[in-house]
Design a protein around this ligand. Sequence first.
Ligand code: ADP
Length: 171
Amino acid sequence: MGLLQAELTDITSLAFDAIVNAANETLLGGGGVDGAIHRRAGAELLLACKEIGGCPTGEARITPGFRLPARYVIHTVGPIYKGGNHGEAGLLSLCYRNSLALARNHSVRSIAFPCISTGVYGYPPEKAATIAVDSVRSYLTENGKEIFETILFCCFQERDLKLYQQLLKGP
Ligand code: ADP
């Protein structure tokens, strides 16, 4: 298996060193993947997030995974898609890069990303997947491929899995 993988699964089921949460700026929980992560992690996660006190779009924060099988949750805030001319691509790319940097600082070897911003935040899935794969690849080129053992693009919809499989086939 390669370093970069894609799989159709529930991110809350993964016994990875870290799973990434597509959070909102309040970090106080929401729907979609955020809701699923908070439900499974238990109430302690919300308390930890309250203590952090929010996170600007494009940045990332880390908490323990509490009752999740994952050791850590890395909370990152994707951009709301407003047509593509509001810096969305740069912000989405920063979500991936900042999450990887935080993971690296915590000696994380296995990390799973959801398809950030492609749910209620409305980012077109194909554009978002391309940014996700390009951002992770360039981070690894700049920082070293040996930092991580597994980087999983965790897809929740068949549509996304197909996109990632296609992108990961490329050079
Ligand atoms: P955003 O607000 O960043 O758009 P959403 O949670 O609405 O975040 O959607 C982001 C992605 O997470 C979507 O592709 C959605 O299908 C996916 N998703 C929802 N629940 C889960 C889950 N349990 N595991 C993995 N991905 C999930």
